[in-house]
Design a protein around this ligand. Structure first.
Ligand SMILES: Nc1ncnc2c1ncn2[C@@H]1O[C@H](COP(=O)(O)OP(=O)(O)O)[C@@H](O)[C@H]1O
Ligand SMILES: N[C@@H](CCC(=O)OP(=O)(O)O)C(=O)O
Length: 367
């Protein structure tokens, strides 16, 4: 099967800053993507810029702050973006398709599968999918977070060979290079640590949203799904191909993880959690390194009102999340048997399976 490559381009790289698209830059990125397409890669574009491309047409003096204004600007800007992509990719002989996604769509496994089947068919037909969040219906609480995260989820979904997050800075620096002239570039990252998260700051311009922090969070999710990530900037023709070959145009995030089956992706990244179970150190170790199931003996406390078959988050004693799984017990049942031996549990409650969470229904999310 052809290698698939997901490229995410930020608002700051596609728009003028005054609420309009920057056609010249769009043409530049399109020709970079077209070059990979011509080499036989299956290319997917995750585009930002709907809000940033649309606010001038509406008459807003700067990027709007209120939700309804952002949504109106996105409705205008998304059409302008697609029009530009269609014309410009068309000039390269490449057909394009618009895919607008929302987070709740993915909470349903069948809708997530439908999105994947559509994307696969488009790629099979050599059409370039252009993906954005459906901003006109996404509310702040139910967003992917940011298009950086959307690109990581899409990369996992299609089991991409690479994710390129293109922005206005040539990689991750030890501090925000806009503010710290002594900041040094980090060329390679093997693991996203707490310290690394600390050095990644917010957005660089008035049109960008998540800054480096949201890119690192996205990189962590992609790496968890076995997708290596590049964060950086393209300057001249051929740079995307050079970045694919490992040039020094940005920061490379490596991964030794395998790609995740769809069921585990859904569980880890899309399902809606109905509660939280805190476990002791022994159970945390068994789940994280032993590939074991969670037994009642390891449970310390329970929050939420969930039922068998629901998805819950699992934390260690510190409260840090370690993973997520499907429970075989109702919340009240676990509360009744937390910390007890398997024999004792069998005497006290009637459940189909003794494991609180079976290892086949579990995904580790800690680093
Ligand atoms: N440690 C860091 N290294 C590099 N850039 C950083 C760092 N911390 C914050 N940034 C900022 O992140 C910005 C890129 O993110 P953002 O403005 O959201 O762009 P985009 O629209 O491409 O998503 C850079 O312009 C830079 O100012
Ligand atoms: N869906 C929004 C993108 C928001 C976003 O993540 O922007 P950016 O930080 O520029 O990638 C839009 O198209 O305006």
């Amino acid at each position: 099967m052809a290698e698939s490559i997901v490229v995410k381009i930020g608002s700051s790289s596609l728009t003028s800053g005054a609420g309009e698209i920057n056609r010249e830059r769009i043409a530049f990125y399109a020709s970079e993507l077209a070059a990979l397409h011509a080499l036989g890669y299956q290319v997917l574009l995750v585009t930002s810029g709907a809000v940033a491309a649309g606010f001038r047409t509406i008459g807003y003096p700067s990027r709007p702050k209120h939700l309804h204004e952002k949504q109106a600007a996105a409705a205008v800007g998304q059409a302008l973006l697609m029009q530009a992509y269609q014309e410009i990719f068309g000039g390269h002989g490449i057909g394009t398709a618009q895919i607008l996604l929302t987070r709740p769509d993915f909470a349903s496994r069948s809708r997530m599968n439908n999105a994947l089947m559509t994307i696969e068919e488009l790629l099979h037909q050599r059409i370039l999918p252009i993906i954005n969040e459906n901003d006109t219906v996404a509310t702040d609480e139910l967003k992917f977070g940011d298009n950086d995260m959307l690109s990581a989820l899409v990369a996992n979904l299609v089991k991409a060979q690479h994710l390129f997050i293109l922005t206005d800075t040539d990689g991750l620096y030890t501090a925000n290079p806009r503010h710290d002239p002594n900041a040094r570039k980090i060329e390679h990252v093997e693991q996203i640590t707490h310290d690394l998260m600390q050095i990644a700051g917010g957005a660089g311009t008035a049109v960008g949203t998540g800054g480096m922090r949201s890119k690192i969070e996205a990189a962590r999710i992609a790496m968890r799904g076995g997708v290596p990530v590049f964060i950086g900037r393209l300057e001249q023709a051929g740079d995307l191909l050079l970045a694919l070959q490992g040039s020094d145009k940005g920061t490379y995030f490596h991964t030794d993880q395998h790609s995740l089956p769809l069921k585990k992706q859904w569980l880890g990244f899309h399902s809606l959690s109905q509660g939280t179970i805190a476990v002791d150190d022994g159970a945390a170790k068994a789940l994280l390194t032993g590939g074991k199931s969670l037994l009642p003996a390891g449970v310390r406390s329970v929050e939420g009102d969930f039922h068998p078959g629901d998805v819950v988050d699992v934390t260690g004693l510190s409260g840090d999340p370690i993973g997520r799984g499907v429970v075989n017990y109702a919340a009240w049942q676990i509360q009744a048997v937390a910390g007890l031996s398997t024999e004792e549990v069998k005497r006290r409650v009637e459940v189909n399976r003794i494991e609180v969470i079976h290892r086949d229904e579990w995904i580790t999310l800690a680093n």
